[in-house]
Ligand binder design. Structure first.
Ligand code: BYC
Length: 333
């Protein structure tokens, strides 16, 4: 990275860089995967670290709103499914941090950026889970939106990210189904249960649409990340695909969407939607959503409480290394 920055002062090195960049883009255009030891432009590396680490942080912070309901799940079956789901999210965070580490950044650095409040994570996890139906709505809508965004990432040009996404998407698909099945059970239950499901949809619908990021006209990174085939579709394209897939599912549940402008357009075959409140999105991303402070405080506490485990694990690994080295020395004598 540093070398490429210096090259702007050296015409010959800059010319070499532009040859490398052209070769790199040709590989991307030919759908080749870029691997950790391959040459890549500094900006490609930076973009991947930004996106993959934000994604990892989202998975980790995303454990909190649902973790809130593990002790209050209404049956053993629901509790087992929710526990498994929250553990999966933790696992996704780990694969993603590992994928980011292949780009030369350490996990400690990334976690420090999260706990210090410098790093972004998905806006959606700054909303509260107020009743049990929220667990269904998160599975159905939030995991549904995540799948829509992440299936194309399985074809991302960067090999380690693309490969991590394959497993993540399989697990997200289970999450989406358990969420929808939970909503279906509530909607076929008592009028009170159906009202809970409707209330959850009312609160989670708009924040779920915001997960896809700003509109294409406001998206800073989409142009370049699509040229590099990190992203395959724009934010608005994915949002529209999600709406088209989800609205009929909501109608099957007998629920209504909290958008008076939602209407099917026969000419385009798409569901048209009302205006998204981008001022709310900006507030939540800037740290002023309903739960931003609570989420970061919980993460900081978990980091501090778990410090002794990390120290003990490192000391244990060190001791094993020393014992192994001593055993090799004895064997060599
Ligand atoms: N929240 O130029 P843009 C999950 C930021 S799913 C917060 O369009 P880009 C899970 C963006 O980072 C959720 N910030 O950016 C599901 C950028 O800021 P910086 C995680 C957002 O990167 C279920 C600025 O706005 N999924 O984990 O081209 C259960 C301009 O945006 C948001 C992923 O991370 C947002 N919603 O597109 C548990 C998927 N949207 O960096 C867990 C991978 C935008 O310039 N990520 N921003 O300061 C992506 O696909 C893309 O990064 C995005 C944004 C579509 C999110």
């Amino acid at each position: 990275m540093y070398t490429q920055a210096l090259n702007t002062l050296d015409p010959q090195a800059a010319a070499e860089d532009s040859v490398l960049e052209a070769r790199f883009q040709a590989r991307i255009d030919a759908e080749e995967k870029i691997e950790p030891n391959d040459w890549m432009p500094a900006a490609y590396r930076r973009t991947l670290v930004r996106q993959i680490s934000q994604h990892a942080h989202s998975e980790i912070i995303g454990m909190q709103p649902e973790g809130n309901w593990i002790t209050r799940a209404p049956s053993l079956r629901r509790k087992a499914a929710l526990l498994a789901k929250v553990q999966d999210e933790g696992g996704h965070g780990m694969y993603l941090y590992a994928a980011a580490e292949t780009l030369g950044v350490s996990r400690e650095e990334l976690v420090e950026q999260l706990v210090s409040g410098k790093a972004k994570y998905s806006s959606i996890f700054n909303y509260p889970t107020l009743n049990w139906a929220d667990i269904g709505a998160i599975g159905w809508l939030v995991d549904g939106a995540a799948i829509m965004n992440q299936i194309p990432l399985c074809r991302c040009s960067y090999g380690p990210y693309a490969r991590a996404m394959i497993r993540v998407c399989k697990e997200e698909s289970f999450h989406q189904r358990q969420g929808y099945e939970l909503m279906l059970t509530l909607c076929r239950g008592t009028p009170e249960q159906k009202a809970m499901a409707q209330d959850a949809l009312n609160r989670w619908w708009w924040p779920s649409l915001m997960m896809f990021g700003p509109s294409d006209t406001e998206s800073v990174h989409s142009g370049q990340t699509m040229a590099w085939k990190i992203k395959r579709f724009s934010n608005d394209e994915l949002r529209q695909k999600f709406i088209d897939a989800t609205v009929p599912q909501g109608h099957f549940l007998g629920l209504t969407f909290p958008d008076p402008d939602l209407a099917f357009d026969e000419a385009t075959g798409h569901w048209q939607h009302g205006e998204i409140d981008w001022s709310e999105f900006a507030r939540v991303v800037a740290g002023d959503g309903p739960c931003n402070r609570q989420r970061l405080a919980a993460k900081r506490k978990a980091e501090a409480d778990g410090a002794w485990v990390r120290e003990a694990a490192l000391a244990h690994a060190d001791k094993r290394r020393q014992r192994q080295a001593a055993a090799w020395r004895v064997a060599a004598e």
